[in-house]
Design a protein around this ligand. Structure first.
Ligand code: GLU
Length: 298
């Protein structure tokens, strides 16, 4: 007899601004996928970049999730409290010999790089060792150019060559902060996340995360990248693009609207939060979610 391992999902907002229609989509998609599988759903606050996280924002996000009726499992994880775990991962990666210090300034990198899908492709300047007198700033990991592929539940087969499309990437920044790519891998493994449901703006980050999972000998979860909401200019809704905070909206209206966007139109009689949460997990089919990377916010 085989026992199926439990489904563990998560929502991992960066508390740079309040919950808005775009982040609600990621919360809802990950939640319904987990609940429809009778799985767990965890919330992790990605507050590593403290200068970009105004005080109180994480609490605002949690309060909005609660007001909408989301129920999470286990304690909330705060990345800002997990620095020793990231340091430990850096030390384990150092043992692979693939980490190197980088002395390049932002300016030097933009001047010497071609532009890739996620900014300048670092040309590996410091990989052979630092030139005399150069001061180490960031820590980078050497990449290779073999195809890294994964089968995304929504976006389909997705492949990338890290070295030529991304370049050796940063694990610890010049300001000492651990990079998102590292922290997310360590934390998802620690929670035992079996499937990651999040916005398609992170599709191009996934091969970096799979690479780190391989080097750290961690399991690779399943992936499902939801379309992200974009404004009329094609920009992702975010605090920077002035997305209105959800607090200004009625929770039920916001949830109904999010389900429409995810191609799960709620019947008219779903007119209370209670009715919504009774209906939504049973109605949820990932296969109905449009397999596109962006959706225009209306
Ligand atoms: N913290 C990231 C964000 O808010 C999401 C990270 C993830 O889901 O892997 O965009």
């Amino acid at each position: 007899m085989t026992t199926q391992s439990p489904y563990i999902g998560r929502f991992a907002p960066s508390p740079t601004g309040a919950l808005h229609a775009g982040s609600l989509l990621a919360a809802l998609g990950s939640y319904l996928q987990a609940r429809s599988r009778h799985g767990q759903w965890h919330v992790r606050i990605e507050d590593l970049d403290t200068p970009r996280c105004p005080p109180g924002t994480a609490d605002d996000i949690l309060r909005d999730l609660e007001r909408c009726g989301f129920e999470w499992d286990g304690p909330i994880v705060y990345q800002s409290r997990r620095l020793p775990a990231y340091q430990n991962a850096i030390e384990r990666l150092q043992q692979t010999g693939k980490i190197y210090p980088c002395a390049c300034s932002r300016r030097e990198i933009t001047d010497s790089s071609i532009n890739g899908i996620d900014g300048p492709v670092y040309p590996g300047t410091c990989r052979p060792g630092l030139a005399q007198g150069r001061i180490p700033r960031a820590l980078r990991i050497s990449t290779h150019d073999d195809l890294i592929c994964f089968n995304d539940l929504i976006q389909g087969q997705t492949c990338q060559r890290l070295q030529s499309e991304i370049g050796d990437f940063v694990l610890r920044r010049a300001d000492g902060l651990f990079a998102y790519q590292l922290a997310v891998v360590v934390d998802d493994a620690e929670l035992g996340v079996s499937e990651i449901v999040r916005g398609a703006d992170l599709l191009s980050s996934t091969p970096r995360q799979i690479y780190l999972q391989q080097l750290l000998k961690l399991p690779t979860p399943g992936y499902a990248h939801l379309p992200v909401l974009v404004n009329a200019q094609g920009q992702k809704l975010s605090k920077q693009t002035l997305a209105p905070a959800l607090t200004t909206a009625e929770p039920l209206a916001a949830l109904r609207h999010a389900m429409h966007t995810l191609s799960h139109p709620p019947p008219a009689e779903i007119d209370t939060l209670e009715a919504f949460w009774q209906w939504a997990p049973a109605a949820w089919h990932m296969a109905n979610v449009p397999s596109q990377r962006t959706i225009a916010a209306v």
